[in-house]
Design a protein around this ligand. Structure first.
Ligand code: DX5
Ligand code: ZN
Length: 214
């Protein structure tokens, strides 16, 4: 089953609550929450207090993508704000396994992400602990970029890893996904498609979500 995770980075923040309700109504199962620290990526977005405000509006899966250095410092804050899945970056943590273990110890699903140029083989050592792997299909930092074609290979790598190890982790793809390329992303093996601009900049959110799902 394909799940759609609209990224609120592209939402109209002046009416964030309404935007969330609209994507829920459009059929999206997840809500993608991009947290950026201005250090790991050259952009700053928002922190836990912001999404805590929308937590009680919906039972959607809160899919929190931490683009921050040493994310272990803030896991408690994101757990308390109501995260269901927390993704950390391989490139951002000294102790990747320890960070994933800490997330799981809080009863939250743990996910690991790689940037486009990180060899996908680094994922191999974490198949046993990940509830999800998030494959970046653009350089993290900004919404509205174009999908980098070669990252489809990283999705395939995660898919083959899951088959080989008979694991159950989800595979999420994030960045530049739209109605035109979603089929390729799904075919590469992704189960969860993040979509910022292709949903929130669309005139009809339901049509946009349906088109991604195929
Ligand atoms: C990029 C973020 C993405 C991004 C997706 O750093 O992780 O989630 O906001 O937005 P689009 O779909 O516009 O690329
Ligand atoms: Zn993201």
């Amino acid at each position: 089953m394909i799940c759609i995770s609209p990224s609120i980075l592209s939402a109209d923040f002046s009416k964030l609550g309404d935007e969330v309700l609209k994507v829920k109504e459009a059929g999206a199962e997840f809500l993608h929450i991009d947290v950026m620290d201005g250090l790991f990526v050259p952009n700053i977005s928002f922190g836990a207090p912001v999404f805590k405000c929308i937590r009680n509006l919906t039972d959607m899966v809160f899919d929190v993508h931490l683009m921050i250095n040493e994310p272990i410092r803030y896991i408690d804050d994101f757990v308390n704000a109501g995260a269901d899945i927390i993704t950390v970056h391989y490139e951002a943590a000294k102790d990747v396994r320890g960070t994933l273990e800490y997330i799981k110890s809080k009863g939250v699903r743990a996910s690991l992400s790689i940037k486009p140029d990180t060899p996908s083989s680094v994922l191999d050592q974490f198949y046993d602990i990940c509830d999800m792997m998030l494959i970046m299909t653009v350089e993290p930092g900004f919404g509205g970029q174009k999908l980098i074609d070669k990252t489809l290979e990283n999705i395939k790598h995660a898919y083959i890893l899951r088959e080989k190890t008979k694991s159950g982790f989800l595979i999420e793809a994030d960045g530049g996904i739209n109605a035109e390329n979603a089929r390729l992303v799904r075919a590469a093996g992704a189960d969860v498609l993040v979509a910022g601009s292709s949903v929130f900049k669309a005139a009809d959110y339901k049509k946009a979500v349906d088109a991604l799902r195929g």
